[in-house]
Design a protein around this ligand. Sequence first.
Ligand code: NAP
Length: 267
Amino acid sequence: MINGETKVYGIIGNPVGHSLSPLMHNAAFREKKLNCVYVPFPVSDVSQVVNAVRCLKIQGLSVTAPFKESIIPLLDECDESSRKIGAVNTVKFNGVKVLGINTDWIGAVRAIERKISLKDKKCVVIGAGGAARALVFGLKKWGVSLIVVNRNVSRGEKIAREFFTDFAPLDRIEELSCDVLINATPVGMFPREGETLVPKSWLKGSMLVMDMVYRPRMTKLIRNALEKGCEVVEGLEMLLEQGIAQFEWWTGEKAPRESMARAIGLT
Ligand code: NAP
């Protein structure tokens, strides 16, 4: 029940109407019997957000596109990981300061590690945007060998230089081999769900294939991978893991995985 003591959390983005995070976090608050609520905040001007957090005593925010990068200079502090990635997806107000971290890299790595060990694996990451940067940062922490693949060569080479990985242009992906393939681009997302950047013929049953896209849940890439006998990690699984990391940072309590997974349709 919402009352005078209720703590407010939310998500900022533009748009945010499609977000599954309100379902996921409100389910977690209910399960843990915390007097908290999580609401969507459609935002057009990010410059006012940090003042609003302080003024309205908003306890925590998820940050989604297009504000993950632009919120950084507005925060009082952000951790070293989010600074290296150049993106913050989680904000917390500790009563004095507005702090930022990035849980996308944690979510991506944990979602993969629940299926296979990343130790000694060779990974191909497609993309050079914010999601790819978080992923590459996380995979490098695990010490995997990594090739970044991107359509735009200079953008791809830039992230490869920055994170000390190899680079290959997208049109040469079929010359590569790997154990783990991750799509970190929006290709395959609703309403263009028939698209994939990865030729089905190149997929091998020994690969683990992850798609960060979660709308639709079964992307063309994931369907092709399942047909080839690959282990898969769906975008929803990453969404769940990054949400668990957010919940635990905000509340200091262990997140109720089952309730959160059920709320976003994962079980
Ligand atoms: P972004 O910045 O828009 O991604 C840009 C990247 O996608 C660039 O590398 C771009 O290549 C590539 N790209 C876009 N359209 C392409 C096309 N038609 N052909 C080839 N490459 C194309 O997006 P983002 O913020 O990094 O996010 C990427 C995806 O991850 C989104 O769908 C997002 O929803 C998802 N995501 C999921 C989670 C989760 O929890 N599951 C978390 C974060 C993000 P160029 O450089 O060549 O333009």
